[in-house]
Design a protein. Sequence first.
Length: 270
Amino acid sequence: MRNFKSINSRGISVLFLVIAMLLMVTIGYVFSYLIPTKQKSVRPQIYSPQAFFIAQSGAEFAIRYAADQGWRGATDNGIFDINRLDGISRPLGNGTFAINYDDTTGDILTSTGQITGSSESRVVSISNFSDFLRLVFDSVAPCWCNQTRRARFYFRNVGGSRRTLTGFAASWNSSVTPAPYITQITLDGNLNYTGGTYYSDPDLSTSQSFDDNERVNSNELITVVVYWNGNTNATNIVIKFFDDTGEGYAFNLDSAGNGLNGTTLCGAGC
């Protein structure tokens, strides 16, 4: 009788153990199913702010682009206007921003942030986007005067307020020895710099003060002539003006690197 009770007791214990193990396996299976599902549901919540910040970065890129409208296109005759922002796309972090702008349908720029491998995206819009433009190249391409001793170009203040230019920096490449230097710069015929010995500054980091500041009104067209001490045969010429707030406006006169379109001469006027 005792043996029977002992065997019966052990059988019940084994049964409870089996049931407990089955419960643990079931609970483990449920958790293994729920955790990935939960992770999948959390991802869109993480991706949404990421997509927004990527879109916002695209908008900031566009604003900087518009503000630095001295940039030129792939050839010396091409001018980077803000319509060329349309269709620009850049990878950033774990996503990409894509910019769209078309002034024929309204002065509105949109930047879309898209997360790679996800359908999650966010859009940032900027109205009246052209207000970010300031100093831009005019339609006439830069050119040489007096062989390669002088460079002439034009810019226009398309911003809504007057700019006061207080100095400049410049860089160029030249194989001429001794190294050429800038002797003077005129803006609209005014002798703004007459220091006489400004050498190329590859970093464009140090502003050389003007002898006479130049006030550029809204929508005013300015003619710039840069004088060197002799023939430079210079390429990759960049002139950067600074205003009284410390803001810089870089004009790449020779983005194609061919010396102001190779043989372009200005003719009369400089």
